[in-house]
Design a protein around this ligand. Sequence first.
Ligand code: TPP
Length: 576
Amino acid sequence: MNETTNGQPARLAGHALVEALIAQGIDTVFGVPGESYLAVLDGFHEHRDKIRFIACRQEGGASFMAEAQGKLTGRPGICFVTRGPGATNASIGLHTAFQDSTPMILFIGQVASDQRDREAFQEVDYRQMFGPGTLGFAKWVAEVHDPHRLPEYISRAFHTALQGRPGPVVLVLPEDMLTQPTRAPVLPRAEAAQAWPAPGALRDLRALLVEAQRPFVIAGGGGWTGEACAALQRFAENWNLPVGCAFRFQDLFDNRHANYAGDVGIGINPKLAARIQEADLVIALGARLGEMTTGGYTLLQAPRPKQKLVHIHAGPEELGRVYAADLLLQSSMGCAAKALETLAAPTIVAWAAWTTAARADYEANLVPQPVAPLDMAEVVKTLSRLCPDAIYTNGAGNYSGWLHRYHRYMGLQHHGRTQLAPTSGAMGYGVPAAVAANLLYPDRTVINIAGDGDFLMTGQELATATGYGAGKGKGKLISVVVDNGTYGTIRMHQEREYPGRVSGSDLFNPDFAALALAYGWTADRVEATAQFEPALQAALERTHPTLLHLRLDADVSTSRTSLSAIRDAARNRQKA
Ligand SMILES: Cc1ncc(C[n+]2csc(CCOP(=O)(O)OP(=O)(O)O)c2C)c(N)n1
């Protein structure tokens, strides 16, 4: 036991943990309580004037809220859950934070040390369950045995979550460790170490740009700030480069800007996909170049793309992971963007018409085909018009395609993050993310769009919103449920692969409006396009949250096609 006190009075380790979080600038945590970490809960009571514990209705919701907190604040989102069942429920938010490169710390209460390895009540070995070897849950998992070293573990957890490729960390807390007294000091706030791109590599990048005829920038990933996004915009302006945003990182570049060319994700504008394939130089800035951003590794062929490829990423493990690039640069996003904006650009570039055409393709893609009676494109356009700078949240499902296609996200330099959406494709993300966003920033209006399948995965967090007074401040909280009576995305895939053979994708729904009322929300039903705007206006005037229940014909599958067209095409293929 090695105790460095710095004059700290003795208190429970559980209290020291809460003090460490406060010192890291955390004023809100999300969780579901458990008997495994009562001493920490007591610490939250002790310091209730500085930090609040938001008690959620399921750990999946709590971990999504913490993930959203990480995305919004740029500091690790904090989640507390109990052992076994709590940890298994929380795994979805952890996985999302990993795939989305979001800083987050999940604290898990653990069985007492003298019970370890007996398969004691709810005992799990979290290093096995979530360890880095799983390639999908956490950057680091540690169990804290010595209460005097708690601050060291917490400081390392913050650094690990923030540095390199940001991501989640798991700290496991044996209950007997938490109840010991400690004089452990409170350590200073962790600031992430920044990595600058090497000057030689920047010269090489400039040489590649000067030689290019059809360059394209894809921005994405974690670790961005408003300042970094502003610098990226200036780089794009200096060199007149077309910029696309990786799947669900659409708010990194101002969608209204003349250099913005669209989002590179599911349901990509086919013209944008073709343009990326035709590019002779792709600069991937912070994007992981995963399956969703590369169109299943077809926009950039793996492992050796046709285009010249420059990949800039904060995590060395991402560089050269899939693609044999022409140039790899390890750098934090802030440093990379600032370095790029200083690259001297020629007065005339060869690709001015290429950039103009990329923008024209994006704008043409904003013009919808009218659909009756309820036109989702018009719904999103109305939301964008009335709530241009709101925080928009969604989970997974075809319904999100309208939002991604028609809403014009602003860059982070304007209002911070305005898109909370899981690149992990986790259903159920949008409701808790919206609740967290509004609780953290009561002056910001938050709009959740959810499918009927998606909504009910975490819909019980409406109670959390009501309980903690969400939507009562200047900012409104609105959930738009798009009810088509089916797990529509899966139905779409079924019709394409096994036309007419529907199984397992029908939904039997509650009355969503009545459900919302039961949670203390107001609700409205919308069956036709014209009803949406007045319903939204009324919601924006209320001082508590509103659910808008939209009924959509199941045949309206995506913003580009219908289920019947997909089925007919599949049948014709089978006949041919
Ligand atoms: C937690 C989770 N479970 C299952 C899936 C697979 N999945 C992807 S989309 C989808 C259906 C979504 O249905 P809904 O929310 O009703 O939206 P729609 O596709 O009908 O617009 C399913 C089941 C997933 N992505 N995440």
